[in-house]
Design a protein around this ligand. Sequence first.
Ligand code: TXA
Ligand code: MG
Length: 347
Amino acid sequence: MKTLLIKVDPENPSAEALAEAAEILKAGGTVVFPTETVYGLGGDATHSESAEKIYAAKGRPSDNPLIIHIARPEDAEAYAVTGKLYYRLARHFMPGPLTVILPKKDTIPLTVTGGLDSVAVRCPAHPVALKLLELTGLPVAAPSANISGKPSPTCAAHVIEDLDCRVDCIIDGGEADFGVESTIVKITGEDSLVLLRPGTVTYDALCCVCADVTVSDNVINKLKENERPICPGSKYRHYAPDKPLTLVGGSDEARIAFFAERQKEGAVIICYDEQAAKLMPDSVITIGAGDDLEAQGHRLFAALRECNSLEGKCVFANLPSTDGFGLALYNRLIRAAAHTVVYPDQI
Ligand code: TXA
Ligand code: MG
């Protein structure tokens, strides 16, 4: 398949530039588009065949449900059973990087929800995503636009690397703002929800809007054998570079000494800007200052991809804190590392 590449102004995309992409979506094709979190691989969420094309292009297991993207929070009415808490969340966080799981209506086929009777709804804030949704007038199912298991794409080059010739169209709208995927919550009662995937909308921010916020055990911990997670995606390996990744905890001094030793043995190190000054430059990838979590989020997935092009058999990175937005970085890295963590202070 030949993939059409469209370049648009990310701040102010013209309707003309996006018209062809909108037509492709309406005709049941697949279009990759930028969002404020990561790039999404879109298809008409009301058609099973479009969902099947998405699963095929990504190589994704079909029991792993897709998020439905909508232009306005109230558009959810046609596809899901909403409620007061949904609209409270919408008032605070939409459009923006929050996905809400609600009971599904029949307008969304089971192929899209991986057979579940719930549906994930998100109203993105990116001007390109919003304009495209308005032009199509459709709910657009869109997982992250990476080959299943790889880090999510934060720029068009990552998408082309994974999906060129596998989708009908790719819209290049520059770099994604946040760099990690949306926060996912499931509404479980009138004033209660479960946080299934942490993101830019933090646990603390959710607590300001909802009385009872529980963090799913799978956000931090490994799934137990035969456990069925609420969020099917958390049972699959994700975000991983081609080489094994190990996270390093403990004191800063011990971590740097440990990184330096592993570098001598040929490892690649993903570290903070200030740590890089104490390491050999060739096999180091920096992701921002140690206290700049936003910069780290923005760079993380690109760094995990860069590892693949450097020589070295394995990769080491800092174990993030779980505070605030740190929980999102922790969740992505602990999964990329398949929960492998070392503490050099204790060796
Ligand atoms: O920021 C984002 O959310 C990006 C952009 C493109 O919007 N999308 C994204 O989609 O990250 P994806 O498919 O890569 O991740 C969605 C996650 C998966 O782990 C899936 O299992 C979970 O959401 N999910 C979707 N629908 C669900 C449902 N009904 N119940 C539980 N989990 C669900
Ligand atoms: Mg994904």
